[in-house]
Design a protein around this ligand. Sequence first.
Ligand code: ATP
Ligand code: MG
Length: 605
Amino acid sequence: MTSPTDKSGTKTTAAPSNFLRHVIENDLAQGAYAGRTWGGSPGDAAHHAQGMPDPAKVRMRFPPEPNGYLHIGHAKSIWLNFELAKEYGGVCHLRFDDTNPEKEEQEYVDSIRDAVKWLGYETYLADRPSAPGTIQEHEYFASNYFDFMYEAAEYLIGAGLAYVDEQTPEEMRANRGDFNTPGTDSRFRSRTPDENLARFREMRDGKLADGAAILRAKIDMASPNINMRDPALYRIRRATHHNTGDKWCIYPMYTYAHPIEDALEQITHSICTLEFEDQRPFYDWLLDRLAEGGLVASPHPRQYEFARLNVTHVMTSKRKLRQLVEEKHVDGWDDPRMPTIAGLRRRGYTPAALQLFCERSGTTKSGGWIEYASLEAALRDTLDPIAPRAMAVLDPVKLVITNWGELMGSDDTLDDCSAPVHPHHPEMGKREFKLGREVWIERTDYEDVQPKGFFRLFPGNKVRLKYGHVIECTGATRDADGKLLEVQATLVPDTKSGTPGADAIKVKGNITWVAAADAVQAEVRLYERLFAEANPGSGELLDELNKHSLEVCTAFVEPSLAKAEPGVGIQFERHGYFVRDTKGGAAGGQVVFNRAAGMRDSWAK
Ligand code: ATP
Ligand code: MG
């Protein structure tokens, strides 16, 4: 991983902590996975079917459930897994954890694939660096292991390690006990392996109704860890699966499926968030039992937990994000206010900005909230050194230079101006635009009477039209309601930027502008945090929303912006970072820009 950089672009010495590096380095030093061996038959067959080479290398996985679009929390997990794989010369599998037929859709599979690819991790999916782009080969689906999972369940039953339980859901809940009370054995717990096997096959063959029975591991109903009190392995659910269709009416539980997926793919380090810590004993129990039976390799993968990423003013629950989409509080999963990778992308975030943010957020065992401001800071810090500059007027009012014709020969004369594309990178070239008698300026750049500390336009004051001439404000026109209609000024001769006279007059104000003659009209969408609540999720979701998360303005922008490419962040001078939207404006075909972030954090205001 690259070490973090500070604002000036220099490397800072202290890399944010990431305890997983130590875990991996230790394992590699001890050759923990080099001697991995396989036992007997069924697992071996499944292993060979996977065609997995070189079991000794670090093998990570990112295992999303395709039940929604990925969000910033997933970006952290993707970054962590793929970067660690990259750093230690390993690989990382993109695995769709599709064990839950009702909630999963192809649209989500596609969006996840897009997100991982866009974040820049496509090539690390491949085992063969000589053949980049082999993404298909290293994409995995949990549902492809359903046959193996079923065989493994029969093995556990035969070994007396699983049983079919037909208690009612109420009985099951009551007999589970709680934190203070041990559970009680089900009356079905003492069934013989033969009885269990016959009943399990009836479950599989559709002889039992949905919910009538489950297959449970037989561990310990008195365990202090409730997850070890005979957890469910299989449930009956008549639902069509996006991959296996109607082949199955029983589906494995996530807690049973996940360790098996990791083992079959020979994952070395199975990284997940802290809420799975209590599941780790079952993860190990299951894989130890299956390894004893020769169904999976030994040593088996190990699970490591880290604190999930929480960002203030950001919701990271797919379920709640889905609610926002379905109830149309936002304009789809890729609404630029959404914390989805698709939304962040449209908002103007870049893979580099998200990677820097993930790195800076640290990887530890103790959680907490990361400030939203640090997300924006990562964007600014990555864009500032590379983003082309442009002028844009977001709340335009007309400024008329009343002596223009007199000085320039005619009211229609246009003067050529130019500015560097980037102030520190002359090689990026220059942008050209015109200055004329009428220009658009920001409404807030004019005041009738000078407020304290205000050095922009007010009658009698001189300012520079940035990259153009110095002007002196002479007055303004307002309508009956006091609304500003027009500002007037006179041009001070021989003061054009870049000419010898430019420095003859010192001015304290420098304002951005675009000429009425060559400005391009654009729809500019100013986004704010989607949630006003700093720690959303604690109260009623809709009450926590920021009612002012979107403001749309009709702006005028520099002519160079008519050709701006989507995905390329641009700094609108004084206003922040913007990106051309991929979706057209209200009027169709209009030039549309989204604000990714302001020049500085101004939320407190
Ligand atoms: P959600 O709660 O939003 O539905 P999930 O954890 O159920 O998320 P999965 O698709 O199961 O979603 O997650 C895939 C991977 O992403 C998991 O390994 C999970 O631990 C990780 N992940 C999800 N949210 C976060 C987060 N906020 N921070 C870090 N990792 C996360
Ligand atoms: Mg989940």
